[in-house]
Design a protein around this ligand. Structure first.
Ligand code: NDP
Length: 336
């Protein structure tokens, strides 16, 4: 079968494309420009014609996916703005919400062969990060970030603007799905990965060209650009990009995933934990960070991951493996 992957030149999406191709699916990726399409073809040149691309410049434009959904058997919608530089919250919220609504509407109207649609949401739609310990699962929603953005507007924390974009786009998707379900030839699966780390396959000329989660890791862990206080008290949960890609493929294959919201996450961390793991591998190339950190006192938001393990049969890389493979990439390019 053929799978449409939106935002195919992104960090996660390139791994989703690879995982699908390796399983024998053919893939149509949407990219914003011809040059991004060519780069994608180059990454997968050994796969020949099983990968094609179409250009969707802006997911927020009405009818953006009308042509892209024709003749595909399934869709993985990963495209959504992931940056933390927006001033006006609508720079991220509008394209996230509108892009999702457009995708669903196109799939309904023109996706005659579509049997399943997978949406890449985020743990950001489940919980806001906080210093306090908590246990969160698929029944939880991060409405706090939405409220923050509603009250503070441009002055809201950049992370809250992004998180609100994920909460609002996922809510819009479920609302739309409940309304339209009876008339659809397909079902929907939502995946909620936590902070994504691991090696990358997409092209990046420099650190600034990496996606937001990798850039943030580079700044905080590899360059030591964070306060001792932040390193010991701030963090979230992480997951390997290859496991996220595998989850998308399994969500496509496993019938029981239909209609489910599924957390995809390996484990919780504080930034100093990631520094300690990195120093185990490359020693003093990584700054020591907060030397008085006591991991036994760290408070975590833990995500319950039973659903992903049971429905998808997903297993996870360890933080040691993920870090080793990621640091290898940084080292090869002289960015460490
Ligand atoms: P990337 O920035 O690498 O990927 C985002 C993709 O979406 C890019 O291909 C980007 O294109 C595309 N895109 C964004 N806005 C538009 C738009 N208006 N029109 C067309 N295309 C657009 O980030 P990730 O791979 O990390 O993220 C992919 C998905 O996973 C997102 O939905 C994100 O919210 C989600 N996610 C990410 C996590 C992480 O830690 N990385 C954690 C949990 C969820 P271009 O680059 O050309 O602008």
């Amino acid at each position: 079968g053929k799978v449409l992957v939106t935002g195919a030149s992104g960090y996660i999406a390139v791994w989703v494309v690879k995982t699908l191709l390796d399983r024998g699916f053919s893939v149509r990726g949407t990219v914003r420009s011809k040059s991004k399409g060519q780069v994608l073809k180059e990454v997968f040149k050994t796969y020949g014609e099983t990968l094609e691309y179409v250009i969707v410049e802006d997911i927020a434009k009405e009818g953006a996916f009308d042509e892209a959904v024709v003749d595909v058997d399934a869709i993985a919608h990963t495209a959504s703005p992931f940056h933390i530089t927006a001033d006006d919250p609508d720079e991220v919220i509008f394209p996230a919400v509108q892009g999702t609504k457009n995708l669903l509407a196109s799939a309904k109207k023109y996706g005659n062969d579509v049997k399943r649609v997978i949406l890449t949401s985020s743990s950001a739609a489940i919980a806001s990060s906080s210093g306090e310990a908590a246990i969160r699962d698929e029944t939880d929603w991060n409405d706090l970030s939405v409220q923050e953005v509603r009250t503070k507007g441009r002055d809201a924390h950049p992370f809250d603007k992004y998180r609100a974009s994920k909460t609002l786009s996922e809510r819009a998707a479920w609302d739309w799905y409940e309304t339209n379900k009876a008339e659809l030839g397909w079902d929907m699966v939502v995946l909620n990965p936590s902070f994504v780390l691991g090696p990358w396959l997409h092209k990046a000329e420099n650190v600034a060209g990496l996606s937001t989660s990798l850039r943030y890791y580079h700044s905080v862990v590899l360059k030591g650009e964070a306060s001792d206080e932040m390193l010991a008290t701030s963090g979230t949960s992480w997951v390997d990009v290859r496991d996220v890609a595998e989850a998308h493929t399994l969500a496509l294959i496993k019938p029981a995933a239909g209609g489910e919201r599924i957390v995809i996450s390996a484990n919780a961390f504080k930034w100093q934990d990631l520094i300690l793991v990195a120093r185990d591998i490359v020693g003093d190339r990584v700054p020591a960070g907060n030397t008085s950190y006591d991991p036994t006192k760290a408070e975590h938001i833990q995500y319950v991951t039973d659903k992903g393990r049971q429905i998808l049969g997903l297993t996870y890389h360890s933080i040691g493996e993920t870090t080793r493979h990621m640091l290898h990439e940084f080292k090869c390019r002289g960015w460490l």
